[in-house]
Design a protein around this ligand. Structure first.
Ligand code: PHE
Length: 337
């Protein structure tokens, strides 16, 4: 019987090496280690042996059982690693699980959040306004005359004669001032719409962040201070800023705000067109006619306003060369932020 057991051990160990699937593992277990398996059969026969032999053979049978059990466990681990989805009699809970892919915030949302934070630290509150607007808020109250080209069908999406999709977030300036008395410090992020043909730089929908600060004694120096602090915080401490004269019907004087190119540090590159400067926003002192439209006394209050394009800011910061990338929902692009 001792011989028979040793032979069984030999055969079983050989077989163990060839097991390749959960099914084969289970068959092996039943054949050798099962309740009606070969080892059990020998153990049942032990009682027929003389006591001396019984002790020796019994011990051997037990050793073989332990050895085969260990061997089977090891074989299980090997097989399951290569076929982890197959449900098998032995489940290895120590194997790593399947991680579902996780989403993340869109780069534009991230950009808006960062900008909100910077202005928040300067005491600006975040407000929002409707995307479908009355013509009054988009043009009339902002001192934009009826014959101004931006009022054209070509430049604004009209829903009806006096309802439109806002083409700028400056609408929110009016809505806030109608409801509140100074002091006012707000920023208003949101979508705006213009019937532009879509290309690398244009989209019929994009995002702006409007800013407005109104109280007694606000002057152009405050505008410059707030915006240069923003530029240095967002684009880096070495960023320089310059203002160039511009025109907007709702601000006077008006300025185009430029920063030293964040990519070439002002040396001149393809992004800044070799000039070393990038235009990042429009700004100016609130026009007295705008104050009159909301019932503020322009002799008592002064203020400044600014508006920036979020896509443009993000493109400049990250060196993105096509605005369409923001809206195509391509995970290969979005997962880089
Ligand atoms: N609304 C202007 C635009 O869309 C930007 C702007 C906002 C300029 C506030 C001055 C003050 O171009």
């Amino acid at each position: 019987m001792k011989e028979a057991l040793l032979e069984l051990r030999e055969k079983a160990l050989e077989e163990l090496k060839s097991l390749r699937s959960a099914e084969e593992l289970e068959l092996f277990r039943v054949k050798y280690l099962g309740r009606k398996g070969l080892l059990s059969k020998y153990m049942a026969q032990l009682s027929t042996l003389p006591p001396d032999e019984k002790r020796v053979v019994g011990k051997l049978a037990n050793e073989i059982k332990v050895e085969l059990t260990r061997g089977l466990e090891e074989a299980c681990r090997g097989v399951l690693q290569y076929a982890p989805t197959k449900v098998s009699p032995v489940m290895d809970v120590s194997l790593p699980g399947h991680m579902p892919p996780r989403g993340r915030t869109h780069p534009l949302v991230q950009t808006i959040q960062e900008i909100k934070e910077i202005f928040g630290r300067m005491g600006f509150q975040v407000v929002s306004g409707p995307e479908v607007e009355l013509e009054y808020f988009n043009f009339e109250a902002l001192n934009i005359p009826p014959d101004h080209p931006s009022r054209d069908d070509f430049d604004t999406f009209y829903v009806s004669d006096d309802i439109l999709l806002r083409s700028q977030t400056s609408t929110v300036q009016i809505r806030v001032m109608q409801k509140q008395k100074p002091p006012i410090r707000i920023i208003a992020p949101g979508k705006v719409f213009r019937p532009d043909t879509v290309d690398a730089r244009h989209s019929f929908m994009f995002h702006q962040i409007e800013g407005l600060m109104v109280e007694e004694g606000v002057n152009f120096g405050h505008l410059k201070g707030v915006l240069s602090l923003f530029a240095r915080t967002y684009f880096g401490p070495d960023t320089r800023m310059r203002l160039r004269p511009s025109f907007f019907p709702f601000t006077e004087p008006s300025a185009e705000v430029e920063i030293s190119c964040s990519l070439c540090k002002g040396k001149g590159c393809s992004v800044c067109g070799g000039s070393g400067w990038l235009e990042i926003l429009g700004a100016g002192m609130v026009h007295p006619n705008v104050f009159k439209a909301v019932g503020y006394d322009p002799e008592q209050y002064t203020g400044f306003a600014f508006g920036m394009g979020v896509e443009r800011i993000a493109m400049l910061k990250y060196g993105i060369d096509d605005i369409r990338l923001f809206f195509e929902n391509d995970v290969r692009f979005l997962s880089q932020f």
